[in-house]
Design a binder for this molecule. Structure first.
Ligand code: GDP
Ligand code: MG
Length: 437
């Protein structure tokens, strides 16, 4: 069996110029198309969230679990390791140096057997650069969205608490992912596991899963007096994931948080933190708890993942996805407004062709027919344009558009009537002239 030291994080999604990403296809093929793996259903555990909040550090404990528990017969309860063993794995700590954005997969896949006897393969995925000030929002959204689309469990790593802006980020990024998936029915993603680091109110909500669930329910509760936006954000999150969980992690101790010489030795980590790791990690990767990746209801095999990745990349690098602007002013409104403007143009172009200023008078019934045709085309254009914010949100804009077009029609109708008056006046003048001649 290969040991942990010979593994490494492989960057599979690589940022390039112009905020485009490329896939490291060679590495992916090696990783996914191995003969003993390619036909196995996959489990992908991903960790995403802000920079320098202990994501890679945490994943390295997942690696310890996978190595000790899965590969050593005597792994037992000692999988966490020895007191003075430095922590190996995904490179953590990074200092303040700039990390590139992207996705990393651990070079060693782990094979597990589910309770029903099925063989599956587990990949651990690290994400980098999310919310890093030098990355653009689009980069962040791409990394977060892709990792959510690819994983069967997305761990959303948060510092200290679940704040409203954490939920807003989540909404923006999952919306981006959902848009790319082009699904409007069903829940596109599997488990979202919120992980709150350095939780410091264990007397309100205890560490671990139970306290996490209580906090999550409180934060995601939808109340009548809540502002409409807060409500729709909560609906959105609930509608994106099949399962929402939360775990409250205690502080790991000052050495971990502040000592530059800390190497990851267990003896330097607080007891509470270690205890929480022993609960948390098996919750996600013990064989009885594994969640196989599904896309559109189908189990995904290792070899399929490569195909999905390639087609997702085309979408993210293409031009059909709207650009997410600043994270806080989520682009939903702008998206919808521009879709309205485009739809209005469709209507105007068609109507000008038949009833513009230079066009002659036409029968009112014919004008109405033209109006309906143009209106339906415009509404169709509005609906088929990709928009953020969900259907309920854009419904409002659709209704406004409908009203606006009816008002415009009224203008065309009046102008047409005027032409009729002029025409009659014109005929009268001609007759008068003839009479006088
Ligand atoms: P990443 O950028 O999110 O991957 O963060 P890293 O895993 O590289 O860790 C960044 C720093 O945070 C390291 O110095 C760790 O020692 C420290 N760290 C790891 N876990 C925790 C935690 O739960 N709380 C605190 N306060 N620091 C942590
Ligand atoms: Mg990291």
């Amino acid at each position: 069996m290969e040991d942990l030291n010979s593994g490494k994080g492989i960057q599979v999604l690589v940022p390039g110029p112009d905020h485009k990403f490329t896939l490291n296809e060679e590495a992916l093929e090696k990783l996914l198309l191995r003969d003993d793996i390619k036909d196995c259903p996959i489990v992908i555990i991903s960790v995403a969230g802000a920079f320098r909040k202990g994501k890679s550090f945490l994943l390295s404990f997942f690696l310890r679990y996978m190595h000790n528990k899965y590969n050593l017969s005597d792994g037992g309860s000692k999988w966490l390791g020895n007191a003075d063993e430095p922590l190996q794995g995904f490179s953590w700590r990074g200092g303040s140096e700039r990390h590139t954005t992207g996705l990393l997969l651990w070079s060693q896949p782990f094979i597990a057997t589910l309770e029903n006897g099925d063989k599956v393969v587990i990949y651990l995925m690290d994400t980098q650069g999310t919310f890093d000030s030098e990355s653009t929002v689009k980069d962040n959204a791409t990394v977060f969205a892709l990792s959510t689309m690819l994983s069967s469990v997305q761990i959303y790593n948060l510092s200290q608490n679940i704040e409203e802006d954490d939920l807003q980020h989540l909404q923006l990024f999952t919306d981006y992912g959902r848009l790319a998936l082009e699904t409007s029915s069903g829940k596109p993603f599997q488990r979202l596991q919120l992980l709150v680091r350095d939780w410091s109110f264990p007397y309100d909500y205890p560490y671990g899963e139970k306290g996490g669930q209580q906090l999550l329910e409180k934060r995601l509760a939808i109340r009548e007096e809540q502002h409409h936006e807060l409500q729709s954000l909560r609906h959105h999150i609930a509608s994106c994931f099949e399962e929402l969980k939360c775990f409250l992690m205690p502080h790991p101790g000052l050495t971990v948080a502040t000592n530059p010489n800390f190497k990851g030795n267990l003896s330097d980590i607080s007891e509470e933190f270690k205890q929480a790791l022993k609960e948390f990690i098996p919750m996600l990767v013990a064989p009885e708890n594994l969640i196989v990746k599904k896309i559109a209801g189908q189990k995904v095999k290792a070899k399929d993942l490569l195909l999905y990745l390639k087609s997702y990349m085309n979408i993210f690098n293409g031009s059909t996805l709207p650009e997410p602007k600043t994270i806080l002013e989520a682009t939903a409104e702008a998206n919808n407004l521009s879709a309205v403007a485009e739809a209005r143009e469709v209507y105007e172009t068609l109507m000008e062709e038949v009833a513009g200023g230079a066009k002659p008078y036409m029968q009112p019934s014919l004008l109405q027919q033209e109006h309906r045709r143009a209106r339906d085309k415009a509404l169709h254009a509005f609906r088929s344009k990709k928009k953020m914010g969900g259907d309920a949100f854009s419904e409002n804009y659709g209704e406004k558009l409908f009203k606006e077009l009816e008002e415009q029609y009224e203008q065309y109708r009046l102008r047409n009537d005027d032409k009729n008056v002029l025409r009659r006046a014109g005929t009268a003048l001609v007759l008068l002239a003839l009479a006088l001649a």
